[in-house]
Design a protein around this ligand. Structure first.
Ligand code: CA
Length: 235
């Protein structure tokens, strides 16, 4: 059985013809908790975008064939892609000035050489505005801290051992506190609607998650609502 996990990672399309820069950006975005998608040309990126709309695009200006400006214009002219945030990479600061004048509708730009940390910060700032759930910042609730980028959970400042499925379950609960979800809804959110897992699987993983949280007493946050499902709540 192939289990399809619904990923919470933001898909970031990187369009860059210099492979060393492409790899460097890709590695740093991966480490920051994003899902990097690499394209070595705007033409290739254009095909990828037809398949899946990315959450953000890091776009080099100087590309062989279609350049970054032209690609940005195309994206902005299409209703399906016009609102994708774009960070443009330029080689010189005078290009930055040109880019402002061209008014191609990019959301931000960075001059090479730039620090990967700066790029990650800019990406987070843009995503925070557009889709805050994709930024992967730690979630804190009642002494529990879940860090989506490092996949670590702490209870009262102590690390907790937690399996990958229980982590996803806890992540889902912590983003949706005080709401009741039935087993089917939880299955769909954690395993995806293509899964062929029966709904008792949810109970098994809820049990394991409670065991992981038991030592600090946080297991009580996972409440069974009779005839309805589960709720994550402090009350
Ligand atoms: Ca280039």
């Amino acid at each position: 059985t192939v289990i399809i996990y619904r990923t919470m990672r933001a898909n970031i399309l990187i369009v860059e013809d210099e492979s060393s820069i492409l790899e460097l950006i890709s590695l740093n975005l991966h480490q920051a908790g994003f899902n990097p998608i690499r394209a070595i040309s705007a033409e290739y990126a254009n095909n990828l975008v037809k398949e899946t709309i990315p959450d953000l695009i890091v776009l080099d200006w100087m590309l062989p064939g279609m350049d970054g400006i032209e690609f940005a214009k195309r994206l902005r002219a299409n209703s399906a892609t016009k609102s994708i945030p774009i960070i443009m990479l330029t080689a010189k600061s005078d290009e930055d000035n040109k880019i402002k004048g061209l008014n191609v509708g990019t959301d931000d730009y960075l001059t090479k050489p730039f620090s990967p940390r700066e790029l990650v910060a800019r990406i987070k700032a843009l995503l925070r505005r557009r889709s805050p759930e994709l930024v992967n910042e730690p979630i804190i609730f009642e002494g529990l801290v879940l860090d989506p980028s490092s996949h670590k959970v702490q209870a009262n400042n102590k690390n907790i051992n937690i399996g990958p499925t229980e982590f996803k379950l806890l992540h889902f609960f912590m983003k949706n506190t005080e709401r009741v979800f039935n087993r089917n809804q939880i299955l769909d959110k954690i395993w995806g609607n293509k899964s062929v897992i029966d709904d008792r699987t949810v109970d098994v993983h809820i049990k394991r998650l409670r065991e992981s949280l038991n030592h600090s007493g946080h297991d009580k946050l996972i409440q069974t609502v009779r005839g309805a499902g589960y709720r994550f709540s402090k009350d």
